[in-house]
Design a binder for this molecule. Structure first.
Ligand code: MG
Length: 339
């Protein structure tokens, strides 16, 4: 049981290195919610990067967290505590779930990967995201990232073949695509057929979410494997995707945190789906939590901290694309020392 307890939220305004454009729009700054939970003298951190695609924002997540009454609760009973929030409040649940895991790890004196029974040597390599731009800018950004082995390229702006051709003119590494729901099933098939010659690992979310039969149509005709992201929000979405996709992208803030992500990973394995774990524009708090789960997955796309200029925290470290998990207790995230 917990005797002394304090919960506070603050908004983090994170600035992007490059304007970040996907098929739905552009952004230069992103707002996330940092949760600080102090229980019996132990300080824990959580973070949420609310997703406008799912009608969530920083204010709403903050208000939900601030209304929580945690006094007298056993904070090791993760599910009971998380269920104080509505089942559909994925963004708020994510911040709380991370703070509970951070707190538990710190109380036990072990890093999160150990709390989860995972081998840090199996942490995945992350891809690095290239947003939508004109071919000249795309070539510049690709050259900046040329030392990295895996790129995830945002497409769906109409010049997709030209974009990938530009990238392939300067880059020989692994390339994944993300269309962010841009195409109809027919356009997806014809575009993916045209892109197959560029040696593409897979394409994420080719069509608007909510059409499993459309995905099946694309998967059966596409020479490039099909993953979903907007369609694989939480555990409840997976059964209907069975046979319609080759893999799913799991994000902690989309599904409600570490606990739900682990459930999704095991369900996806049972449904014969490949698994990627991804991120939003977010600080090292949320990205490090996701990195701790990568020993369980096939692919990682956890480049949030690499895309911003003012990450207030240090956690997972990047050795090129290889992620090094922190060994400190809990998430292992600390404030960035002043430079
Ligand atoms: Mg995506």
């Amino acid at each position: 049981m917990t005797s002394s307890l304090a919960l506070t939220c603050e908004t983090l305004t994170l600035h992007l290195r490059h304007t970040f454009t996907i098929s739905r729009g552009s952004e230069d700054v992103a707002e996330t919610v940092l949760l600080r939970l102090r229980a019996d003298g132990v300080d824990a951190l959580g973070e949420s990067a609310p997703i406008s695609r799912y009608d969530e924002d920083a204010l709403q997540v903050t208000q939900m967290l601030q209304r929580l009454m945690l006094g007298g609760r056993d904070l090791f009973c993760f599910d009971d505590v998380l269920d104080l929030l509505p089942a559909g409040a994925f963004g708020a649940r994510c911040a709380l779930d991370l703070a509970l895991h951070d707190l538990a790890g710190k109380r036990l004196g072990i890093p999160l990967y150990r709390l989860l029974g995972l081998d840090p040597a199996r942490a995945a390599e992350t891809s690095f995201t290239i947003g939508i731009a004109d071919p000249q800018k795309t070539i510049e950004k690709t050259k900046e990232a040329r030392h990295l082995p895996i790129l995830k390229v945002k497409i769906g702006a109409g010049n997709d073949v030209e974009t990938i051709e530009a990238i392939r003119s300067v880059y020989g590494g692994r390339v994944r695509l993300d269309a962010n729901e841009a195409w109809t099933p027919e356009v997806a098939v014809s575009t993916l057929k045209a892109l197959a010659r560029f040696d593409i690992e897979f394409c994420e979310q080719p069509i608007a979410a909510g059409q499993p039969e459309g995905l099946r149509f694309v998967k059966e005709r596409s020479p490039i494997p099909i993953f979903v992201d907007e369609d694989s929000k939480s555990l409840a979405d997976l059964a209907r995707l069975y046979g319609c996709v080759d893999g799913i992208n799991i994000k902690l803030v989309k599904c409600g945190g570490i606990r739900e992500a682990v459930r999704m990973i095991h369900a996806a394995r049972a449904l014969d789906m490949k698994i990627m774990i991804g991120c939003m524009i977010e600080s090292s708090v949320l990205a490090t939590a996701a990195a701790h789960l990568t020993p369980l997955v096939d692919y990682a796309d956890i480049d949030g901290p690499l895309l911003i200029t003012d990450d207030p925290f240090v956690g997972v470290r990047y050795d090129g694309a290889r992620m090094r998990l922190p060994d400190a207790p809990g998430l292992g995230v600390v404030p960035r020392p002043p430079t």
